[in-house]
Design a protein around this ligand. Sequence first.
Ligand SMILES: [Zn+2]
Length: 329
Amino acid sequence: MEQARKIEQDCDTFVRVFMASSLPQLRYMFCRAGLTAQEVNRRVASCQAMVLDSLWHWAQQDRNVNLLNIGFFRQSPPHVRAHIAMQRFKQPHPQPPMTILLDQIRLLCHRDQEVLEFVRDLNFQMSYSRNCLGHLTHIRSNSFSCAALCRVQGLCTIRGQRAVNIVTWGGSVPLPRHLKEEYINYASRYIWHPLVGLQVLLNGERSPSGQMVQVVPANAPFMLLCSTYTFNQHHDGRVVEVYPCSYCRAMFPSTRSPKGYVHYTLYKSSETGESDSYNRFSKGNCAECAAFSAMFHVTKQTCRIVGADPRVTVQRLGVGQLSVPLTLC
Ligand SMILES: [Zn+2]
């Protein structure tokens, strides 16, 4: 029940910061991109609807959440309340609210630093709340904020055209801890590239013959550069670059290993509790998953399953239609 109360509180904080800070920033970025006033209004309204509808959807996936405990809901007119309540049943699951917002802003940012600062400021503002006297007090980090961001860069040749520099970003799953698993299961099947999603679902399992079942690139991937950052809540949200965890090193191997294709800008292979600490919830929570998935989708990376029958494996994992065809060999 305590989890549900925190979600209700986090919803109010999220809506307050999103409306007061993120939307004006987004509006500024759309204007800066040269869109007409009409188009800016349309896009801001569309982003607002998508982000808030997703927030109401995910908040209500916790059956103990009572909308009447959320100030924004209580103060809304009846037709808005009805709309909010209906979001619980929306199918399929939308992406988490912060993921939707991140997808919008990363295309509009001019520099990498701008993406990091946007999320840093948002996290920082959302970790504060007003007490009964109207003073800002520090609370725990908001369940709907992104704890980590990952940047993946590749110099790629797409369909034989000239080499282009591609950068993708991804955030750690920005949902309350007990709802992360539900989203990760869903994203692994329907959103993430199979090279990410299938690996998360397989979770290092072995075939009956004892062989490790692996999903590997079918063609040599481009060399990718990967950097991951977290935000230190105790130092004004200071951006800190972090090591990849052991799960990510196994899923996206470093160029230091024979079949690796990732150059981690910060790398430490030894097992330390510290490097894995932000990943203690579940495999798939890491920002790397979303960032690599986006890169593999853009570059149309092919992959195959080794160590087990691919068709049987895909069926057993309950994966219906894969987002890219799997090379069966
Ligand atoms: Zn990781």
